[in-house]
Design a protein around this ligand. Structure first.
Ligand code: SOE
Length: 405
């Protein structure tokens, strides 16, 4: 709970790539947005005392610790921000919620459906005590994506008929690229499927307001063994400590088709092998009266096709999403200056702190994260059953809501 003086004291667990992005967001959000609570960067938790001390100094945390369980017992911590590999998300999140701490957990929320279900149950219990939780799907907080959701909810492209998503990266396209915790099923749960496929499933849920009801999936591990990086905080992540090579036990490529609750067909591709594509998140939604298209590699732009326009004027409109009345943009720069990858994390902090202060459920909630986990689980099961169409178990009567799925 935030204390009487209006601060929200944060403990962040993990300080690698996500820890650095979250730290910048905690530092910057109160400087650009008028927040109802002042985030305080109280304590950074890491495995190595020396590395944690150095990270706390560099990233702006008041102190460094190595025992996350002891941090959960502190009265000067109100919120726990979990930036660790997925194998620890459930244990830490459930313990933090039961200790009365609000929780932000990185995506995917868990490595298994069972873990996600337990986390969601703990979150529901905690919410009854005004202790809140959120999953860190930050791409829904890119202004162009938030605008896409708004336009679909307003009916600007009519009824959603089809969705196609890609998340293309190439950081493992080189067979000699070292393994890491991200290539080890015991630590990451899955490969491209959970790491980046989770993002495009959440984006589909968010933008369309509908859940994926069933999938036919295929997973592929293209490079079966990799060198083990030695210059990492805990040598051996991604393999046996001390070994110089380790098997890859997760997918490099995840491809699946699906149907939304309305029956609309979708297609998804997530890969780490697409030479030349660095962080290409592409979403295209086709409706009954138009289309929307987004590519994160041109992240300040949203393309809108309005099929109701006079035939002579029809074509994709390139909306440069940098105007003050676009989502989140008014807090930043004048039109035309654009935002970057890190701003989605800042917007995440803004929305989380505001929801906590207002005593409202932040979105995406753990229940929202569970709907994504159900899709990932169904893709795994389908891929093990010759790609047979597999329901996600998340269907409900189709609702056309103003807001979230
Ligand atoms: C994968 O390399 C990754 O770091 C994801 O884990 C993040 O969620 C994504 O934002 C960038 O790429």
């Amino acid at each position: 709970m935030s204390n009487a003086d209006g601060r929200l004291r944060v403990a962040m667990i993990g300080h690698a790539f996500m820890g650095r992005a979250h730290s910048q967001a905690w530092r910057v959000a109160p400087r650009f947005f008028d927040l109802p609570r002042e985030p305080v960067m109280q304590v950074l938790v890491g495995r190595s005392p020396d590395r944690a001390e150095e990270a706390a100094r560099q990233l702006g945390w008041a102190e460094a610790q190595t025992d996350w369980r002891a941090v959960l017992e502190r009265d000067d911590v109100d919120l726990v921000d979990i930036c660790t590999p997925g194998d620890t998300h459930a244990e830490i999140a459930v313990a933090a919620l039961e200790a009365g701490k609000h929780v932000l957990v990185e995506k995917p929320m868990a490595n298994t459906l069972d873990q996600a279900e337990r986390m969601t149950q703990a979150a529901e219990r905690a919410a009854a005590r005004q202790v809140w939780s959120m999953v860190g799907f930050t791409y829904r907080r890119v202004p162009a994506v938030a605008l896409a959701q708004r336009l679909v909810a307003e009916g600007r492209i009519g009824e959603v008929r089809q969705v196609r998503c890609q998340y293309l990266q190439d950081w493992l396209a080189d067979e000699q690229a070292p393994g890491s915790w991200r290539t080890d099923k015991a630590l990451a749960g899955s490969g491209a499927l959970g790491d980046i496929g989770a993002h495009i499933v959440d984006l589909t849920h968010f933008i369309t307001g509908q859940r994926v009801a069933g999938v036919s999936g295929m997973l592929d591990t293209i490079v079966a063994e990799r060198p083990v990086a030695q210059d990492v905080p805990v040598p051996g992540l991604g393999g046996v400590a001390g070994a110089d090579r380790a098997p890859v036990t997760v997918d490099d490529v995840a491809m699946f088709t699906g149907r939304l609750e309305s029956g609309a067909p979708c297609v998804f591709e997530a890969t780490r092998m697409a030479w030349g594509r660095k962080n290409a998140i592409r979403v295209e939604v086709n409706g009954s009266t138009g289309s929307l298209a987004f590519d994160f590699e041109d992240m300040n732009v949203l393309h809108l096709y309005d099929a109701s326009a006079p035939a002579a004027e029809q074509g994709f409109t390139r909306i440069y999403v940098t105007e003050a009345d676009h989502p989140y943009v008014a807090a930043w720069w004048p039109p035309g200056h654009g935002l970057g990858y890190e701003h989605g994390f800042v917007h995440q902090v803004v929305d989380l702190v505001t929801a906590v202060a207002d005593g409202e459920q932040p979105r995406p909630s753990f229940a929202d994260g569970l709907t994504v986990q159900r899709v990932l689980d169904a893709v795994e099961r389908s891929s093990q059953d010759e790609g047979r169409y597999t329901t996600t178990g998340t269907t409900r009567p189709v609702r056309h809501t103003e807001g979230e799925s």
